[in-house]
Design a protein around this ligand. Structure first.
Ligand SMILES: [Zn+2]
Length: 243
């Protein structure tokens, strides 16, 4: 039969691993929420840009038609100029032609500006699409991680819980209560004596206590500085023992 201190050390190793597993898993939903929010932001940005590009294209299409119409009107007026009967009529038509030309120029200018805007936006759109893809990939990766973890973790969790209850049955109730009390303060409730010190708080342990810990494996000793349970140096729990 193993000593009580060995079983306590085993229990501590199991509990630390259980904490780790639950922590890994506990953090993931939060991470996924963040990734989803990021993806949504990217989608909104992309939609906005697409809408602006759409508006610009619409404007350019209409402007092209208007430019043709303006030119047609101008051509017709130029024809009419040859048929005028007096200077007054000629001047009136000239004024109208000039007005049309100004309109045409203004609109053509605006079209060029909008064309440049569209080009810039298309670059931004490319960038935003890449960022959206990246955000989607990050989210997919997280989901994969959850699936992987859930499978492996479920198996490890249930195996650890089983081992835990087996170990608990071998330890006196009073010792378990002591252990649980330390656990409230320290997640690593039982720690090795290393280099004559508590490996939880690194404070030195009196030589006399070290000897006692080594010789009384069925008694519990606590670090005077941090209160953790002291485990003799050679009572190392290998990962395989809890895996
Ligand atoms: Zn200590």
């Amino acid at each position: 039969m193993e000593s009580h201190i060995y079983n306590i050390a085993l229990l501590a190793a199991i509990d630390e691993r259980l904490d780790e597993l639950i922590e890994d898993y506990g953090d993931l939903p939060e991470q996924i929420k963040k990734k989803e929010a990021k993806l949504n932001d990217k989608k909104l940005l992309l939609n906005e840009t697409e809408m602006i590009v759409e508006e610009i294209r619409d404007f350019i299409k209409k402007a092209k038609r208007t430019l043709v119409e303006l030119k047609d009107k101008e051509d017709k007026l130029t024809q009419q100029q040859f048929k005028v009967r007096n200077n007054k009529e000629f001047d009136a038509i000239t004024n109208e032609i000039n007005h049309l030309k100004t309109e045409h120029e203004k609109l053509a200018d605006r079209m060029r500006t909008e064309g440049i805007k569209e080009e810039n936006l298309l670059n931004i759109l490319n960038q935003q699409t890449a960022e959206l893809d990246e955000a989607q990939k990050e989210l997919d990766d997280k989901f994969e991680e959850v699936q992987r973890l859930a499978g492996d973790q479920d198996r490890e969790l249930s195996s650890l819980r089983e081992k835990r209850s087996t170990v608990l049955n071998t330890i006196p109730k009073k010792f378990i209560a002591d252990y649980e009390r330390v656990r409230i303060m320290h997640r690593d409730a039982a720690v090795l004596i290393r280099k004559n010190s508590c490996s939880g708080c690194f404070n030195a342990i009196p030589a006399q206590i070290i000897v006692e810990v080594r010789n009384n494996l069925n008694t519990l000793y606590f670090c005077e500085s941090c209160g953790r349970l002291l485990v003799p140096e050679d009572c190392v729990i290998e990962f395989e023992e809890i895996a």
